[in-house]
Design a protein around this ligand. Structure first.
Ligand code: 13P
Length: 255
């Protein structure tokens, strides 16, 4: 057993509206009031103010799904790190594959975003993971190293520990087919080992999440793996009852 806390983050992607978000957040608040596991909710940007209103001074954190690497300027449609802080965000997701695939992010810009998040006092959740093709070629280790290394060179190994890393195989996202526990453990142990070569303390302390079709029927197996400290949950965070079942499992693992 590690001393790392268990963290479950709801990445609600481009879903929700004011009444539905309110129901989700209020139900989650009540249900998890005595939980040991930690939780965060990442709604679309316009709803961060609502999250702040509903969750401030509670045990649940909130965060954004993306941000600019710049603080200000002529970047139409972008949101800066300090704006997220102003709305009380603790977390920001960086380099989600849905953004990498559409050309919004790459390994280099993720390093810049990671640094900008830390500078603003946010905790970046860096997403890494291979495509189906890369998985079938047995290239997962190479891909996750390629995604991690520019971030490490950008911010330094010490600063890496102030963030969270989420391993999300692209082929497992939204498909209902989570990666096998063996694969998840092998990759997250590889990631921890990769970091340990640079700084064993950071590798021991850093929070590593798994994401990709986590649901109540597979959460117990995935969350109890030795190198998994929690999960980034997409689809299963859209139905509050299903998400609550995952929180109960996370809390049992955390106890
Ligand atoms: P699903 O849980 O819907 O597979 O999404 C995972 C994800 O992309 C979380 O960031």
């Amino acid at each position: 057993m590690s001393n790392r806390p268990t963290l479950v983050v709801a990445n609600r992607k481009m879903h929700g509206n004011l009444p539905e978000n309110q129901h989700f957040m209020q139900t989650l608040l009540q249900h998890t009031a005595r939980h040991l596991a930690r939780y965060a909710v990442c709604p679309p940007h316009p709803y961060l103010f609502q999250a702040q209103q509903l969750l401030q001074q509670s045990h649940i954190a909130w965060g954004a799904q993306n941000m600019s690497r710049y603080e200000r300027g002529a970047y139409t449609g972008s949101v800066s790190p300090s704006m997220l802080r102003e709305f009380g965000c603790t977390y920001v997701i960086i380099g989600h594959s849905e953004r990498r695939q559409r050309g919004h992010d790459n390994d280099e810009t993720c390093g810049e975003r990671f640094e900008a998040a830390l500078k603003a006092g946010l905790t970046p959740i860096l997403c890494i993971g291979e495509t189906l093709d890369e998985y079938e070629q047995g290239e997962t280790d190479v891909v996750v190293s390629r995604q991690l290394n520019p971030v490490i060179s950008h911010v330094g190994i010490q600063a890496l520990s102030q963030g969270v890393i989420a391993y999300e195989p692209v082929w497992a996202i939204g498909t209902g087919k989570a990666a096998s526990p063996q694969h998840v453990q092998a990759i997250l142990s590889f990631v921890r080992g990769h970091i340990a070569l640079l700084n064993p303390k950071v590798s021991e302390d850093i929070t590593l999440l798994y994401g990709g079709s986590v649901q109540s029927h597979n959460a117990a197996q995935l969350l109890s793996l030795p190198d998994v400290d929690g999960s980034l949950v997409g689809g299963a965070s859209l139905q509050v009852e299903e998400f609550l079942r995952i929180t109960d499992i996370a809390n049992a693992v955390a106890a």
